[in-house]
Write a protein that binds this ligand. Structure first.
Ligand code: NDP
Length: 520
């Protein structure tokens, strides 16, 4: 068949699926789907283990419940991913990329459904979620195209008449574990490049955002062959750990807390299984004296309170030059106390609730401990008056120091602690004083300060005058306690491939170092 006809033929999903899975009659279409099913081997089925309840963060009341996957269902999902992987990898890149474009288009079609459910489950304002859905559609499109042009390389050979092919090959089946704060985006950071490079995935969403992921599962069911994407629900300790330890998952891609990431890393080290870990952070921001204090305050408030501070790259500690400290703090307090905290579907809401009581209590404890140590709360610091759910007032704290947990441990909530500094050496030393290494931002117009920021603060991303922005084309990720890999950009795709080498002598010919007939 001519290549174009073959390609067109493969656009027909039924044919594509049949070729890949070798199974007719199991093509899901999203119709007559039972209530909240899991996606296993291209078919929707209800979990057969205990159901768990998902709470609405805005009200604290149940939204729904989902039956968790049983150990047998997890095994079935992994087996399906193993079966599908060989054929998925064997597709030509244009064929695989075409399916990725289908995923992107389908996400756009389901934009409102996805934004709706992610708003219910995360409490983040709906208007922002619409933008995130566009971003994940863009990611699938980006990796569909990047994978078409980015292969391996040819290394210089030892001798003429040889080829040294450096081949990038998929790992196989990726166990994918993601958190609740950006359940679609963080999933796409991993799944889009993993699929584009020929891996298959078994996803275990965060329990609190399972419904969102099950809606996304309908997108995959409609666009990818059976077994290429599987979604199993349940707790991290049961379903998550089963996937981590499973003998047929070839890599564990995890975004979440440093604590759980370290546990997963330890398990995988014993199994010699590669990991792809994106973990917690305690990002600093340095505000130098050569910028407009008002504007810097606006940027910092955005970077600290976005998604109620539940962003891995939230600005969690701020260092401000003494000469602009007073106007900066005054403006920060004015802006923070004026933020519109409210119901996530209300179009004027800027900040929604926190996701859970566990997170809110942790924040309140950190703030109380800082106050006991001499810190002062200038605004916020309490549960939002008259609210149900897990709301917390945007909080600004001063008179803090590095003896306080608030300045050392991840807070993951709407709190902005501010310290002052006298000179650049002190600012860089304070910013670098952390075991984490996710991101850092600085506000300056001085190039040498930018150089010092990326040389002296060990982080994956330095933002200058524009914090917490993702550029899908550039790498993102943590160092040290914040992770071991890069997502996004070309690097994000390479992370899902292993490097292999083919040393190819074009002809079989005698080599002087081979054992000779005389037996030397
Ligand atoms: P967790 O580490 O608690 O959980 C993350 C995911 O892992 C969830 O799906 C969870 O399931 C699962 N899990 C939990 N325990 C295990 C286990 N023992 N084995 C396998 N899987 C497990 O993180 P959170 O969901 O609370 O997310 C917040 C954290 O994520 C913060 O620390 C934040 O900084 C970090 N994060 C990092 C990012 C980065 O790019 N570096 C981006 C965003 C967040 P379950 O929900 O069922 O417990």
């Amino acid at each position: 068949m001519p290549p174009l006809d073959r390609w067109l033929c493969l656009q027909n999903r039924r044919v594509l699926r049949r070729e890949v899975a070798g199974k007719e009659g199991r093509i899901p279409n999203g119709e007559n789907v039972p209530d909240r099913p899991l996606l296993i081997d291209g078919a929707f089925e209800l979990g057969s283990a205990e159901p768990f309840v998902i709470l609405d963060p805005a009200t604290g009341q149940p939204i729904d419940s989902v039956a968790a996957a049983s150990p047998d269902q997890v095994d079935t999902a992994v087996a399906a991913a193993v079966r599908a992987q060989t054929a998925w990898q064997a597709l030509s890149q244009p064929e695989r990329s075409a399916a990725m474009h289908d995923v992107s288009a389908e996400i756009r079609k389901r934009k409102n459904d996805l934004a709706d459910i992610v708003t219910k489950e995360t409490g983040r304002p709906y208007v922002r979620n619409l933008l995130y859905v566009d971003m994940i559609a863009d990611l699938f499109r980006q990796y569909a195209e990047l994978a078409r042009v980015h292969g391996g390389r040819i290394a210089p050979s030892n001798e003429s008449g040889q080829l040294s092919l450096v081949v990038r090959a998929p790992y196989g089946v990726i166990a994918t574990l993601v958190p609740w704060n950006y359940p679609l985006l963080l999933l796409a950071f991993k799944v889009a490049p993993a699929l584009a490079t020929g891996n298959t995935v078994v996803i275990k969403p965060a329990s609190e955002t399972t419904l969102t992921t099950l809606v996304l599962a309908e997108v995959f069911a409609a666009t990818t062959p059976p077994g290429v994407v599987n979604v199993v629900a349940g707790s991290g300790r049961t379903v998550g750990e089963q996937l981590v330890r499973h003998p047929h998952t070839d890599m564990v891609a995890f975004t979440g807390s440093t604590e759980v990431g370290a546990e997963i890393g330890a398990i995988c080290a014993r199994l010699a299984k590669p990991t792809h870990l994106e973990l917690g952070g305690k990002d600093p921001a340095i505000v130098f004296d050569d910028v407009d204090a008002d504007l810097a305050a606006k940027a910092v408030v955005w970077a600290s309170f976005l998604n109620a501070g539940q962003v891995c790259t939230s600005t969690e500690r701020v260092y401000v030059h003494g000469s602009i400290y007073d106007p900066f703090v005054e403006r920060v307090v004015e802006l923070a106390s004026g933020l519109r905290v409210g119901e996530p579907f209300d179009p004027v809401t800027q900040i929604g609730p926190m996701r859970n009581e566990r997170g809110r209590s942790k924040v309140l404890e950190q703030v109380a401990a800082a106050e006991a140590g001499g810190a002062k709360v200038l605004t916020g610091g309490a549960i939002l008056e008259g609210s149900s759910g897990f709301y917390l007032e945007p909080t600004v704290v001063v008179d803090v120091d590095h003896s306080m947990e608030l300045m050392r441990e991840e807070t993951f909530g709407p709190v902005l602690p501010i310290m002052t500094f006298d000179d650049d050496d002190e600012a860089f030393a304070l910013a670098a004083d952390t075991p984490y290494g996710l991101g850092a931002s600085c506000y300056t117009h001085t190039p040498d300060r930018v150089r010092r920021a990326y040389e002296e603060i060990t982080v994956g991303t330095v933002w200058v005058n524009d914090p917490v922005v993702d550029n899908l084309a550039a790498p993102f990720g943590g160092m040290r306690a914040s992770g071991n890999v890069r997502e996004l950009g070309l690097e994000g795709m390479e992370a899902f491939t292993s490097t292999r080498h083919v040393h190819w002598n074009m002809r079989l010919e005698d080599k002087p170092w081979w054992y000779g007939d005389e037996g030397d």
